[in-house]
Design a protein around this ligand. Structure first.
Ligand code: NDP
Ligand code: MG
Length: 389
């Protein structure tokens, strides 16, 4: 039996992972499951999958989790340290599906014990890509992409010579405000931003899709994962969300990955890698689909894309500052303190002041420096958001 853990089990990616694993219970021994406030669901999953330990990231939720799991023999933990400790429990395959920079520590712990890390938590790569990849190498562990675009790129690269790659194109649906007049964007509400045209995902990534902060994280993720020069990575708006990414080779061929917008494909690919196995996703009817459209992303509508390019240019720990400032700006927008269009302004201001202070430079990335940068950027972003509000 394969030993598997799922961090962020109660979320959108987590539930899809639980769904796939539940279909073949005889193949998996579930080690650890983690969640946050949704303790009732976490306990239900832990019992159904007979997990060894269930952990909530909130210490105030521990009592309720313990009560729900009392008499089951399942261990209970609470708090960020308990999640990282649970990730140290030996496992063959670990799903990293916590949202935000909080996913970094458990991801590193999983790699340190040699597990294969299925990485949905793109924020870990944005904050500390060099550290994550170096940790994987040092422990002979593998990182597999779960983000649909990056899974698509990885699949298009199987058996290919990476030096023959000229460019990589990741697609973006354009999110909820793709067709809004630019002058209406400042009035956009969190409820409107939370409606994704094609994908059913967690709230934060859905709003990040409308602002394209998600795509900007994915630009950096593409660079960190595959090592391509930023000039070779392109973004194209593709409203149907059926092509997830394309890889262009030096003979002019473009290999496109086409599939339904269902994360169980990318999760299943990472779960069964290097094999392909039957997956319960829709089969596309190309005639019914009829057409596929592509547009250039406008940087006036989505300034986050420009900011991601600046982050890749400045390097160091600027990814950690970018992600942290973005998380704070997103919270402020969701709390209605700032407008939709203010999010990019907050992030840009934080990056500029930290760069001016020399706070984004580093020679060799260390976890404490990444966490310090994350902390400082959050503080600055909160101050900037307060000024704007
Ligand atoms: P959700 O918000 O649906 O789920 C997040 C999970 O993390 C939940 O289990 C939540 O617990 C838990 N959680 C929340 N905050 C913390 C914290 N501070 N510490 C530890 N755990 C926490 O997110 P998604 O599933 O949408 O996204 C998860 C990750 O996958 C993100 O990095 C996202 O960018 C990435 N991703 C998601 C895709 C999707 O289709 N959803 C596609 C590609 C990538 P609880 O809900 O119990 O509070
Ligand atoms: Mg994606």
């Amino acid at each position: 039996m394969r030993r598997v853990s799922i961090f962020g089990a109660t979320g959108s990616i987590g539930e899809n992972t639980v769904d796939l694993i539940s279909r073949a219970p005889e193949e998996y021994q579930v080690v650890a499951l983690s969640g946050g406030r949704n303790v009732a669901r976490l306990a239900e999953q832990a019992i159904a999958l007979n997990a060894e330990i269930a952990v909530t990231c909130y210490s105030e939720c521990k009592q309720e989790l313990a009560a729900r799991l009392s008499g089951t023999g399942i261990d209970v933990g609470a708090g960020p340290d308990a999640i990282a400790e649970a990730a140290e429990r030996p496992a063959d395959w670990v799903m990293s599906a916590i949202v935000g920079a909080a996913g970094l520590a458990p991801g590193l712990a999983a790699l340190e014990q040699g597990a294969t890390l299925a990485l949905a938590n793109k924020e870990s790569l944005v904050c500390a890509g060099a550290l994550l990849m170096e940790t994987a190498r040092a422990h002979g562990a593998q990182v597999l992409p779960v983000d649909s675009e990056h899974s698509a790129v990885a699949q298009a690269l199987v058996g290919e010579d990476i030096s023959a790659v000229e460019r990589v194109i990741i697609t973006a649906s354009g999110g909820a405000f793709r067709d809004w007049p630019l002058e209406d964007l400042p009035k956009a509400t969190p409820e409107q931003a939370a409606k994704h045209p094609n994908w059913d995902m967690g709230l934060r990534i859905t709003v990040d899709s409308a602002s394209m902060f998600n795509k900007s994280l994915e630009l950096i993720e593409t660079r960190e994962f595959f090592g391509f020069d930023p000039s070779r990575i392109e973004v194209v708006v593709h409203p149907q969300s059926l092509i997830h990414a394309l890889v262009g080779f030096n003979d002019g061929a473009l290999m496109a990955h086409v599939g339904p917008p269902d994360m169980r494909h990318a999760i299943g690919y990472a779960l069964h890698y290097p094999d392909r196995r039957h997956l319960p996703v829709e089969r596309l009817d190309l005639v019914k689909i009829g057409r596929l459209d592509f547009r250039e992303p406008c940087e006036r509508r989505w300034p986050a894309l420009r900011l991601a390019r600046e982050v890749m240019r400045s390097g160091g720990v600027s990814g950690a500052a970018f992600n942290a400032a973005k998380e704070v700006a997103l919270d402020a927008f969701l709390a209605r303190q700032i407008r939709f269009t203010d999010m990019a302004a907050v992030v840009e201001e934080v990056l500029e002041t930290m760069e001016r202070d020399g706070a984004l430079k580093c020679d060799r990335m260390r976890l404490d420096h990444v966490m310090e940068t994350d902390h400082l950027a959050r503080k600055r972003a909160a101050e900037v958001a307060e000024l704007i509000a």
